[in-house]
Design a protein around this ligand. Structure first.
Ligand SMILES: Nc1ncnc2c1ncn2[C@@H]1O[C@H](COP(=O)(O)OP(=O)(O)OP(=O)(O)O)[C@@H](O)[C@H]1O
Ligand SMILES: [Mg+2]
Length: 327
């Protein structure tokens, strides 16, 4: 059995400018705009939703299969992910485009000038899941995260056709997608993931009520930021789990992805939804405490102590036997 995680694979190039952009812009000359900012700092960070989720699963000792498209510049990133137990053998490598890249410069007033280059990501629509399943074994779950919309649709359709259980995680693409796209990505999912804002986008854009969404998915997991998570099931009682409280939030990017990794790891281990949400919150806390989405390392003892402090000895005891690869 296997876990297939499809979605974006990208790097973020983040620069900081020591002045204010506004001081360099001449409003009545904007049609001739040409400015260059001398920046103090460049940080290159590994990211992309599918890669972040795989990193989390790999850190917990699973062997997720990354499904997505990259460029030939992926070599270093591949090595990093493989060192963290991620199977990258089915990643599609474009012959002509670079790996997706987010380039952003921020100034001292937190204004940003940013560009996102999807690049090779648009080739994820060329990926078929069947040969991957043949290689690694029938999927327990296929997660379909934000990616090239055509690719997301293709993967979702293939899951429906072949009867693979799929997890819909459209997140960022909800802002761009229309109702028709979103309905197709969500309908028939075993689990739907979203945050609270995205939950409203889903009902608003699909025209489905909360109950109508639940009629089409098995379970809807809605993350609530620092307030934790609620799990809605069709006809089932809503489960709520608080987030960790002893958390110094440094930077939130990637918390949602880490939550998903923890949640899916627990399901793969056969644990129930409450335990899955607790493990998700625990892993997410590690990300919010660090700058960057793949910068945390898990130590078995510390992880279990924190788990027990947050959720009690029973949760720690349920998780402990599965953390045998952690040191
Ligand atoms: N300040 C915080 N303190 C503790 N845990 C947090 C905090 N913020 C987020 N989390 C954890 O992360 C989970 C996901 O957070 P959130 O709902 O903000 O996801 P998101 O909006 O999808 O984030 P992103 O898309 O930026 O990764 C929460 O359910 C919670 O467990
Ligand atoms: Mg999110």
């Amino acid at each position: 059995m296997s876990l297939l995680i499809a979605g974006s694979i990208a790097t973020d190039h983040l620069m900081s400018f020591g002045g204010r952009f506004a001081d360099s812009l001449v409003v009545d000359q904007l049609d001739k705009l040409s400015v260059s900012f001398l920046v103090d700092d460049l940080e290159v960070r590994r990211g992309g939703c599918a890669a972040n989720i795989c990193f989390g699963l790999g850190s917990l000792g699973l062997n997720p299969v990354l499904v997505g498209a990259v460029g030939e510049d992926f070599a270093d990133y591949r090595a990093w992910l493989e060192r963290h137990n991620v199977d990258c053998d089915s990643v599609h490598v474009s012959e002509t485009r670079h790996t997706a890249r987010f380039v952003c410069t921020s100034d001292t007033s937190m204004a940003q000038i940013a560009s996102f280059y999807p690049g090779a990501m648009s080739e994820s629509r060329e990926i078929e899941l069947k040969p991957i399943a043949d290689r690694v074994g029938a999927p327990d779950y296929v997660l379909i995260g934000p990616d090239d919309p055509e690719g997301m649709l293709r993967h979702t359709d293939e899951c429906r056709q072949r009867g693979y259980r799929f997890v819909a995680d459209p997140s960022q693409q909800l802002a761009f997608g229309d109702g028709d796209l979103i309905r197709q990505l969500v309908d028939g999912a075993h689990i739907l993931f979203s945050n609270e804002y995205e939950a409203s986008l889903i009902t608003q854009k699909t025209g489905w009520s909360e109950q109508e969404v639940l009629d089409r998915v098995g379970t809807w997991v809605v993350t609530l930021g620092a307030a934790g998570v609620k799990i809605l099931g069709n006809g089932a009682e809503t489960i709520t789990v608080p987030a960790l409280s002893e958390v110094v939030a440094i930077e939130p990017t990637g918390v949602g992805d880490a939550f998903r990794a923890g949640f899916l790891a627990a399901l793969a281990w056969g644990l129930d939804h409450r335990l899955a949400a607790e493990l998700g919150c625990l892993l997410a806390a590690h990300v919010v405490e660090k700058v960057g989405t793949q910068e945390y390392t898990l130590s078995r003892d510390k992880f279990l102590v924190r788990c027990e402090e947050a959720y009690g000895a029973e949760t720690a005891a349920a998780i402990a036997p599965h953390l045998h690869t952690l040191h």
